[in-house]
Design a protein around this ligand. Structure first.
Ligand code: SAH
Ligand code: SF4
Ligand code: F3S
Length: 476
């Protein structure tokens, strides 16, 4: 068969179509490996959030299926950057790395370079790549990552850059190979996209409209993961609290959690991200009664000023946010709270900023991710005229960071000298003979141990708090 015939014969429906292309690509990769006398290697570099991390596991699953083995760096036969565009810095990093890859490719002209992820959903980015980064081979977006085998097929049999960006999709393609980073824990997408259009945020434009997976598919996936050794899942969505609302048979996120809790063998459930506007009493009730949901809640604040929150289109006030925190702490007293905060949103005054500090002092977060506002072209906030001067933002950012760090260092002391369950995640990268794990409340602890403990839940005495982590001793 020639290439045209192979394409014409491809099944029209997914995932059958991709499985078909995987077989054909696999044959070609095997030929190339035989010519080189060694297996072909692939390397994926992931930027951005947990969504991208999970997407990269799917992409690696496909690449391994077609015969690539995992390389350790960019000196690989197939290099893929899964990009993020939530802040300007994320884009700059990718352009920097692409410049570097140009030199790598000169030494190995047969290597393939692919780009995917959120940044590729921006037309100006793709134009720039087509014009100035001709050494890139494949460009695709967030809606068609399942199509990697087909795109790779197209590129292997043509000399042109393959560009395939979808503006949106209703499709959720299930049942393709996935290569997990950790054997004992896994992210699980429960929904895709976002409908909230916070005025500073690019995510709804690059990830498309909100789509929930069927609860049956989610439960089935987790059961399969548990049978394969997974003890902890992280349910992923931009706004998990609105899960299920648009399904044909709507169900709530709280109900989904109840069903997941019932899966035998699963030990820990985490989720990300909760939007305060959709945080329900039902969810708080479920958390209160749960043995498996971790005692950690990530509740992005963004700003403590109700005036700014309104312009951000967040649809809650400072008072409502504090009320939710109270409810959570009343229902689950030892819960740890973390958050995201943006400093320097257009029009933010010193008074607005003081409101943010006030919430930080009242809530006393166990951890907080602080960001300098980054102008994202195409979002409403980018067109606002009263952008805050850089030096003012920097000064506020430094003050916020100090407050956040001081409070977190105090908050962690609460658990010092207690004994807690720890899921061991890895060997300690700094201290030979030590391992690293996480408490239910997400705090990291280092203690003496070896690789045989990885993936196990053990009891650890938290001997000494060191800022944001513990040094401990295993007690059983
Ligand atoms: N869906 C999640 C957030 C996803 S983006 C939520 O609603 O909380 C992760 C974080 O990046 C956001 O919480 C926000 O704090 C930050 N962020 C998003 N857009 C930003 C921008 N333009 N500038 C700075 N930080 C931004
Ligand atoms: Fe962005 Fe808001 Fe959607 Fe979060 S909820 S991804 S901040 S638009
Ligand atoms: Fe970045 Fe896309 Fe996540 S823009 S934060 S990788 S959804």
């Amino acid at each position: 068969m020639n290439i045209k015939e192979i394409k014409a014969m491809a099944p029209a429906t997914e995932p059958a179509r991709q499985k078909y292309f995987m077989e054909h690509v696999k044959a070609r990769i095997a030929e190339l490996a035989a010519e080189k006398g060694r297996p072909l290697t692939c390397f994926i570099s992931t930027f951005g959030c947990q969504m991208n991390a999970r997407d990269s596991e799917k992409l690696l699953g496909i690449l391994q299926e077609v015969g690539y083995v995992q390389g350790t760096d960019e000196n690989s036969d197939f290099v893929l950057y899964n990009t993020c565009t939530v802040r300007e810095n994320a884009n700059l990093k990718v352009y920097g790395r692409l410049g570097y890859l140009n030199g790598v490719k000169r030494k190995n002209p047969e290597m393939l370079i692919a780009l995917c992820g959120c940044m590729m959903q921006e037309p100006t980015v793709v134009e720039k790549i087509k014009k100035s980064y001709r050494h890139v081979d494949i460009v695709f977006g967030t809606h068609n990552i399942f199509k990697l085998a087909e795109l790779l097929f197209d590129r292997l049999y043509s000399k042109k850059m393959v560009v395939d960006i979808w503006e949106g999709t209703d499709a959720i393609v299930e049942d393709l190979p996935i290569e997990r980073k950790y054997p004992f824990k896994s992210g699980v997408n429960i929904m895709f996209g976002c409908n909230n259009f916070c005025s500073y945020c690019i995510v709804p434009y690059v990830r498309g409209r909100e789509r929930s997976r069927n609860p049956e598919d989610i439960v089935k996936e987790i059961e399969t993961l548990v049978a394969d050794g997974v003890v902890e899942v992280m349910l992923l969505g931009q706004n998990v609290n609105s899960y299920g609302k648009t399904l044909k048979n709507p169900i709530s996120f709280a109900e989904l959690l109840r069903r997941i809790e019932a899966i035998e063998g699963l030990e820990r459930i985490r989720f990300m991200t909760s939007h305060p506007k959709d945080l329900s009493d039902e969810l708080i009730e479920v958390m209160k009664g749960s043995k498996k949901i971790c005692k950690h809640f990530h509740l992005p604040l963004q700003s403590g000023s109700s005036r700014i929150l309104n312009i951000m289109n967040r649809r809650y006030t400072k008072e409502r946010y504090l009320e939710l925190v109270d409810k959570l702490r009343t229902a689950v007293p030892d819960i740890a709270l973390s958050t995201d905060i943006i400093v320097g949103f257009p029009g933010e005054t010193e008074e607005d900023f003081q409101e943010t500090l006030d919430v930080v002092r009242k809530v006393r977060y166990e951890s907080a991710f602080t960001f300098i506002y980054s102008k994202r072209t195409g979002t409403p906030a980018a067109a606002m005229e009263n952008q805050v001067p850089e030096d003012v933002v920097k000064d506020r950012f430094d003050r916020l960071l100090k407050e956040v760090q001081d409070i977190a260092a105090e908050a962690i002391l609460r658990d010092e000298h207690t004994v807690q369950d720890v899921l061991v995640e890895d060997l300690d990268s700094h201290e030979p003979g030590f391992v690293t794990g996480r408490l239910s409340n997400n705090t990291v602890v280092h203690f003496k141990g070896d690789a045989s403990l990885i993936g196990k839940i053990v009891k650890v005495s938290l001997d000494e708090a060191k800022g944001f982590y513990f040094m401990g001793t295993m007690v059983e």
